[in-house]
Design a protein around this ligand. Sequence first.
Ligand code: BGC
Length: 877
Amino acid sequence: MGWRVIDGRTEYMVNPLGLDERTPRFFWKLQSNDRDASQSAYRILVASSPEALGRDEGELWDSGKVASDRTAHVAYEGKPLQSEGKYYWKVRSWNRGGIASDWSEINYWTMGLLSREEWKGAWIGRKAEPNVELQPSPYVRKEFRVEGDIRRATVYATALGLYELRVNGRTIGDKFAPGFTDYDKRVQTQTFDVTPWLTEGDNAIGAVLGDGWYSGTVGFLGNHVYGERPFFLLQMNIEYADGRRESVATDGSWRTAKGPIVYSDMIKGETYDARLELTGWDRPGYDDSGWERPDVRAGYNGLLTATIEPPIRVTQTLKPLSVHKTEQGTYIYDMGQNMVGWTELKVRGARGTKVTISHAEMLNPDGSLYLDNLRVAVQQEHYILKGEGEERYEPSFTFHGFRYVELIGYPGEPNLDTIAGKVVHSDTRPTGSLRTSDPMVNQLISNIAWGQQGNFLSVPTDCPQRDERLGWTGDAQIFARTASYNMDVSRFFAKFMQDMIDCQQPSGAFTDVAPDAGWIRHKMWNTRLNWFAPDNAGWGDAGVVIPWTLYLMYGDKRILETHYEAMVRWVEYLRTNSTGLIRPDYANYGDWLSIEADTPNEVLATAYFAYSAKLLSRIAGALGKTDDEETYSRLHGDIADAFRRAFVSEDGRIHGGTQTVYVLALQFGLLTEPLRELAIRHLAEDIASRGGRLSTGFLGVGYLLPALTDNGRTDVAYGLLTQEEFPSWMYSIKHGATTIWERWDGWTEHNGFQTPSMNSFNHYSLGSVGEWMYRYMAGIEADPKAPGFRRAIIQPRPGGRIASVDASYESLYGTYKSSWTLDADGAFKLRVLIPANAAATIHVPGNRISIDGQPAAEGTSSFELGSGSYTFESRLQ
Ligand code: BGC
């Protein structure tokens, strides 16, 4: 009973604004109390008004009753969508018994400005101040009149740089818009409905501009990577109730001035002089006669495309755990969590007093802030008081990675209410949850999630603290699967894929960093060494791994279609640049930051080449390109042959002998059956010879536990998971880690801190073990034959010292759960939840299996089940 449509989405979003996708896709979920509930048909109506939908008229599109079980990626097929159109839709679903649901709630979306000609505004900025390295943030403003009732007022805006939009004193939108793209190629545009914020009569609109990635410091590349100073483009289209239309757009009639933000740079921090505040500048009636005319930029050759990435927001506020006064009279706070964002400060004091807020991830042995690993980054704000009672401050266009905060020059005695930590990241909705009986494993799970949210900021950055914070493609690909369990990264990675495409080389090579921030253009890599080459093994392969991951987890075929040619070019590039299908031994990053185990570059690069070919074959298959499927499957087989001839000896030893060579050979399908058995033995021996410890770096680590489990050594996998001696995940946790460290030896008892030139304490790559915890420990796996979790494979692998696991994953169909307990006497109990219109193949370990209290047929350990909740019991001993 109860057949309901819920959670209608358009292009993965709830009521999105400003799309430029002309055939947007619809998503909905179903709810039912019945087991085995599935959809037999649906009908979608799209109209230009909710009233029409109320009359069940879809004048733009009536799909008719479509016999189908699809509830995701149903593409619009109605009349052409218009620029600025607002569209409403609803859907009704029939279950397999033919019972119809009620119509869903009415959802809507709007289209943005679909052609360049419709952008009427000019790009405006403020002339740079001479001889000033870090420039003040420009303020821009304009007043306008509203005469009559407004039906709809929409702002379309973007910047080369960053902008914070204001309308009549109110901040509209999110942080760090328009996000990080290759500005030479494109900039993303944002759309805001400002109807509620306009009033009859005088109104004001304006923005504060930041340098951001466009003109501020990017990584270790200095500033002005794309341009010298920020520019802003805005157009507000007002539709009156009587049909009149007006536009307010950026042009030479706006005014600009500098204000209290003396500078604000992502990598260099901010100075804010509150004495320079422009009180009331964003409201009507402000006297801007002293402001300057803006600097109008001739134009912009890149593309203006609708934002794909999720907005960047403050999602949490942390209170500090403790504060203490240092001998120097400063105050050091412990936030209790290595976090990304900034500090909000409350202060009272005399006008002109300067308070410095300094941020660090760790403390030195003497208790001072450990700043050495920041390289040239400055994680500091300087706030200069205006002296008017309680002042509250937070910075605008910078962010930091930190656990500790030092207040220097604070007037009076601060307490735990003086500061708060604002947690900032791309707002990707949490979708996974995982808890076990083991507190240390739970801490590891938490560290992975914190590492992800902190580093997913417009692009998947490597780290949030030093002068880097770049979209390293290798880090992204090894972590993509973990990331997609933890959070809804459908659009986040779709955007990153576009970044990768934007910097794909004419040769077909994908770059190591995306956006590549001008590295290639500025020839900032050393061609002789190929350091920062555009095609490092395990980095460039992200161009194939990420779309495949999005297909598996979200069933997104469109991403495969859109980027298919680019993926083919990548694989063909690898083929062309190899000899006898063996990739060259050149200065790849290799199995980056492995520990006393150097994997030969050519082994690693050839293995990844094979993997890209294998995924491409599957992708071709998913798209129905059977010839290509065959071609790339054969290519994979040929590379595997070449790999074995070149690197594998008869006794199953692989050149290099590292854990990573075995792991990659096993997981990328490079071995024959007899060789697999030998390889797993060599792998287990290597682990044992190191005292049950791992040695893998970025590229091997994500596959290590899966390789062991897939080949019958779940015991060894659990041993590694809970190993507490160095090097291991638990070693960092034993020493207080609250995020994943960049390196196994970031800090050790024997050596203290690793070299400060590369020692981040918030790098998610080694956290790619999260994937194994979801897919193997909890056993919630996507079925590639019914991608996007239309069907799951539930196959928990109990083991080690773990007595219970409680996991869930919110898929596009709804929530899957897998919870198990294992008693000391071998009694195993598994509870599974399958959402409506989905199904699962459930593999229950052990013997004497029962389902919902009834003994299962002798010899049956796999169950094909539809939606509902089920309980299984078995005995593992
Ligand atoms: C980054 C990494 C990246 C690597 C490339 C480092 O500086 O922090 O995460 O993948 O360079 O080898």
